[in-house]
Design a protein around this ligand. Structure first.
Ligand SMILES: [Zn+2]
Length: 250
């Protein structure tokens, strides 16, 4: 299979020498891989503007078995998601998703479902009002964590194992995001309101689009944001550069 076609989202670009563009892509069929767009940093190159982060496309690739490289031969845009690159907030948001996908190797083997979820999330992010970006971001990150098997559908207190119901408050460690009920909570734990817990459950259960429609109060979700970020960093065992470098935007 030297020449093949794959549906892909570009997660990251990097320079190879002066003019070539390396792309870290998420392929619907093959998961994470690297592709080289030859000459794509030259002003007049046809790949220049169509090989930017978060563009959704169909890629025509030549695999060189000797060098073990993937060369981009042609590209057909499916959705450019232009508005994501025009907003700093949206750009950082999508960068965080990409970073988590890359750090976790896209969660293992079940690529296509996760890929479809990413495309839906990008589409919503592209069209949503900027100040609501955090909703789709948290919803998608929670869904992704759940999909990769890092968070069970039923949330239990890690001390007494009591099941936490929708709408009930929980408390979490700001070190490793472990959760406790109101009886078992530590004094240093941060509180997640019942509303946040409901959002957490809905993120795992509802179609992402509906999650956005049903959520109104954004400011009440700030502790949830903290919870999700601590969870991401404890799962990947590393700091999330997109969060640190966003200067408080995320
Ligand atoms: Zn408990």
């Amino acid at each position: 299979m030297r020449n093949y076609i794959t549906e892909a989202v570009i997660l990251k670009k990097y320079r190879i020498g002066e003019i070539h563009k390396g792309l870290r892509i998420f392929s619907r069929e093959h998961g994470l891989m690297n592709v080289i767009a030859h000459g794509a940093y030259k002003m007049k190159n046809r790949f220049r503007i169509v090989t930017e982060p978060f563009i959704h496309s169909r890629m025509y690739i030549y695999y060189n078995p000797i060098k073990e490289t993937n060369k981009l031969n042609d590209i057909e845009l499916i959705d450019p998601f232009e508005k994501i690159r025009k907003s700093i907030v949206k750009y950082y948001t999508a960068s965080l998703w990409a970073e988590f996908l890359m750090d976790t190797k896209a969660g293992g083997n079940e690529f296509s479902e996760l890929f479809d979820l990413l495309v839906i999330a990008l589409k919503i992010l592209d069209n949503i009002e900027e100040e609501k970006s955090v909703l789709i971001s948290l919803g998608f990150l929670i869904r992704m964590i759940h999909h990769m098997g890092f968070m069970a559908r039923d949330i239990h207190c890690t001390v007494c194992d009591k099941k936490i119901d929708k709408g009930e408050d929980i408390f979490f460690s700001t070190r490793d995001a472990s959760v406790r009920c109101r009886i078992c909570k530590n004094t240093t734990d941060m509180k997640l309101s019942g509303e946040s817990v409901s959002f957490l459950y809905s993120s795992m259960d509802l179609p992402l689009g509906r999650l956005i429609d049903e959520t109104h109060e954004i400011s009440s979700l700030f502790p949830l944001k903290r919870f999700v970020y601590v969870k991401l960093e404890s799962l990947t065992d590393t700091v999330m550069n997109s969060i640190r470098s966003s200067g408080g935007i995320l």
